[in-house]
Write a protein that binds this ligand. Structure first.
Ligand code: OFO
Length: 162
């Protein structure tokens, strides 16, 4: 049986993961309209990953005999000033998610829900990777924007994500 506070916070985290998917899919639409199909590909793959994160928690809640109650999600922003602005927002968003996962972990320890704390360890590790990869792309955009073919090269690289 899931603790009530933990169940509520897990439901909130499912919403945040679906929100992340929606935000990244919206960034994909921005990149498509800029003809940066590689950037769009990267964001679509990321949106799928976020849905997988949501489903991981969804399945866990039911496994523990809890209840999932899907929440309303906000309309995402749909335009950015530049590819750099979009990826900077993605990086900041990942930092926000990391903070949310850490708070959820602290809550599970406070409630002595060790099974949830253990499940969340996967997310803690995953966030290290999620922050690192978005920050790395931000840095690459900054570096490559100095060269005339920079965005094209990076678009090709991001298009290779499968
Ligand atoms: Fe991007 O890690 Fe989930 O939200």
């Amino acid at each position: 049986m899931l603790n009530e506070r933990v169940e509520k916070a897990l439901n909130e985290q499912i919403k945040k993961e679906i929100n992340s998917a929606y935000l990244y899919l919206s960034m994909a639409t921005y990149f498509e309209s800029e003809n940066l199909n590689g950037f769009a590909n990267w964001m679509k793959k990321q949106a799928n990953e976020e849905l997988n994160h949501a489903m991981k928690i969804y399945n866990y809640v039911f496994e523990r005999g809890g209840r999932v109650e899907l929440q309303a999600i906000e309309k995402p922003k749909c335009k950015w000033d530049s590819p750099l602005a979009a990826f900077e927002e993605a990086y900041n968003h990942e930092r926000f998610i990391t903070d949310s996962i850490h708070k959820l972990y602290e809550l599970s320890l406070e409630e002595k829900d060790y099974a949830t704390a253990s499940m969340l360890k996967w997310f803690i590790d995953e966030q290290v990777e999620e922050e690192a990869q978005t920050e790395q792309i931000v840095n690459k955009i900054k570096l490559l924007s100095k060269s005339p073919n920079g965005l094209y090269i990076l678009d090709k690289e991001l298009g290779a994500r499968d």
